[in-house]
Write a protein that binds this ligand. Structure first.
Ligand SMILES: Cc1cc2nc3c(=O)[nH]c(=O)nc-3n(C[C@H](O)[C@H](O)[C@H](O)COP(=O)(O)OP(=O)(O)OC[C@H]3O[C@@H](n4cnc5c(N)ncnc54)[C@H](O)[C@@H]3O)c2cc1C
Length: 387
C-alpha cells in the first residue's frame, strides 16, 4: 500500500491494529461484493452489526462502550473503510460522527445510556437530518420547526438527502424551536416509527450507490420533551458534528484515491500493449508519479490534522482545508486511474470509476467544495462572501 514517506512507521501498536483490522475487513467482507451492491443500489446491511463488533462506530469517543482511541487511529479507520467504498465509510461516519457524537456531546445521561451502546454495537442505526429541500449549503435557513404542546414537542418539516434514513432506528433531526425566544436550532431524537414520520428512499443515484439515502418527512410528529438534546442550542450543534465527520472524510478520501492508485499501478504492470506492459511508457509513469505525490501530500495533511485534533488545536477551518483538498484530489486522481485502465476501467470489475462516481457525492456533502472555499476565504481575509 502506498505510504511513500513512511508515515505508518510512526503508528503505535493500537493504531496499527486498527488499521490492519479495517484493512482485512475491507479485503474480506467489502471488496468481494461491493461492485454488485453498487450496481444494485443497495447497502450490505449484514455488515452493520459486524462493523459494530469490530468497533468501527465512534471508537474515538470515551465511555458508553467506546474505547477512546487516538484521532490517528480513527482517521486510519476511515481511510481503510473508504478504500473499500465511500458508502461503507459513510455508514461509519454518520453513525459515529453525526449520531453518536451529538448524543455523547450534548445528550442527557438517559439519552446516552439509551442510545450509545446499541449504536456503537451496530444493533441500532442512526441518521442525521439537517439538509432540507430548499436549504442545503445554507442550513441555517431551515424551515423544520418544533413547538411545545401539552408537555410534548410537535415537529413539522422535511429533510432530504439523509444517509440511512430509511433504515434508521433514530434520527437526529435539527429544527427551530418556536417555543423559545429567537427560535434557536435544536437537536431532537426522533424514532422514525412515530406517527407522522415518513422516510422515503431516494433512488436514481449515479453516485454513492452502495449507500441508502432518503428523506425524512415530519407531519405533526409528537416527541416527548426529553427527546431534545439538552446540551446545545443554535447552529453550533449541527456544525460541530459536521466538523467531526469532515475530519473523517479528509482521511477517507485518501483511502479511495489510494485504492484507485493501487488498482492502476497493478493494471499498468500487467496490461501489455505494443509488446510489453503499459507501465513502461513515460506517459503512464507520469500519471502514477503525479497520483502518488498527490496522495502523499493529502496523507500528510490528514496526519497533521490528527495531531492538532489530539492536542485540542484543530479549528473547523483546518478541517475545511483538508476536506476540500483531499476530496478534490481523490476526485481528480480516481479519474486518472480510471483512464489508465482503458475500456476495462468503465466497468464495475475495477474500483476507480466507482470511487470516481462516489467522489461526486463526497465533493458535495458535508459542505460543498465551493462552501469550503468560502470558509477558507473568510478565514484568510476576514471578509465573508457567502451572500
Ligand atoms: C448521497 C448524499 C448523502 C447525503 N447525506 C446527508 C445526510 O446524511 N444528512 C444531511 O443533512 N445531508 C446530507 N446530504 C446533503 C448534502 O449535505 C447537501 O447536498 C449539500 O450540503 C449541498 O446542498 P444542496 O444539494 O442543496 O446544494 P445547494 O446548496 O443548492 O448548492 C448548489 C450549488 O451551488 C453552490 N453554492 C451554494 N451556495 C453558494 C455560495 N454562497 N457561493 C458559491 N456557490 C454556492 C454549491 O457549491 C453547489 O455547487 C447528502 C447528500 C448526498 C448527495
Amino acid at each position: 500500500m502506498l505510504d511513500y514517506v513512511s508515515l505508518e512507521d510512526d503508528l503505535d501498536e493500537e493504531e496499527q491494529m486498527i488499521r490492519d483490522t479495517a484493512r482485512q475487513f475491507v479485503e474480506e467482507q467489502v471488496k468481494p461484493d461491493i461492485a454488485d451492491h453498487f450496481e444494485a443500489g443497495t447497502f450490505p446491511t449484514d455488515l452493520i452489526p459486524e462493523m459494530g463488533e469490530l468497533g468501527f462506530y465512534a471508537p474515538n469517543l470515551e465511555g458508553y462502550g467506546s474505547p477512546n482511541v487516538s484521532e490517528t487511529a480513527y482517521g486510519l479507520l476511515m481511510q481503510e473503510l473508504e478504500a473499500g467504498d465511500s458508502g461503507i465509510r459513510s455508514m461509519a461516519s454518520v453513525q459515529g460522527a453525526l449520531v453518536m457524537y451529538p448524543i455523547h456531546a450534548f445528550g442527557s445521561e438517559e439519552q446516552k445510556e439509551r442510545w450509545l451502546p446499541g449504536l456503537g454495537r451496530g444493533e441500532l442505526v442512526g441518521c442525521f437530518g439537517l439538509t432540507e429541500p430548499e436549504h442545503g449549503s445554507n442550513p441555517s435557513g431551515m424551515e423544520t420547526y418544533a413547538e411545545k404542546d401539552a408537555g410534548e414537542y410537535v415537529l413539522n418539516g422535511s429533510k432530504t438527502w439523509i444517509t440511512n434514513s430509511p433504515i434508521s432506528d433514530v434520527a437526529v433531526v435539527w429544527a427551530r424551536d418556536r417555543s423559545a425566544e429567537d427560535n434557536p436550532v435544536r437537536g431532537f431524537l426522533v424514532e422514525p416509527d412515530r406517527d407522522g414520520v415518513t422516510t422515503n428512499k431516494i433512488d436514481e443515484k449515479l453516485s454513492m450507490r452502495a449507500s441508502v439515502t432518503g428523506e425524512i418527512g415530519l407531519n405533526d410528529v409528537y416527541v416527548p420533551e426529553d427527546a431534545v438534546l439538552p446540551g446545545v442550542e443554535g447552529m453550533k450543534g449541527p456544525l460541530s458534528c459536521l466538523t467531526q465527520a469532515r475530519y473523517g472524510i479528509a482521511w477517507g478520501a485518501v483511502g479511495a484515491a489510494r485504492d484507485a492508485f493501487e488498482t492502476a499501478r497493478e493494471y499498468a504492470t500487467e496490461r501489455d500493449q505494443f509488446g510489453g506492459p503499459i507501465a513502461r511508457f513515460q506517459i503512464q509513469q507520469q500519471k502514477l508519479a503525479e497520483m502518488a505525490t498527490e496522495i502523499t501530500t493529502s496523507q500528510l495533511l490528514a496526519h497533521r490534522l490528527a495531531e492538532l485534533k489530539e492536542r485540542g488545536d484543530l479549528r473547523p477551518q483546518h478541517v475545511s482545508m483538508a476536506k476540500r483538498n483531499n476530496v478534490r484530489m481523490a476526485r481528480d486522481q480516481s479519474r486518472v486511474a480510471r483512464e489508465m485502465l482503458g475500456g476495462n476501467g468503465i466497468t464495475t470489475d475495477y474500483s476507480p470509476m466507482r470511487h470516481m462516481a462516489n467522489m461526486e457525492t463526497v465533493y458535495t456533502y458535508e459542505g460543498t467544495h465551493d462552501i469550503h472555499t468560502l470558509i477558507l476565504g473568510e478565514d484568510l481575509t476576514g471578509i465573508a462572501a457567502y451572500e
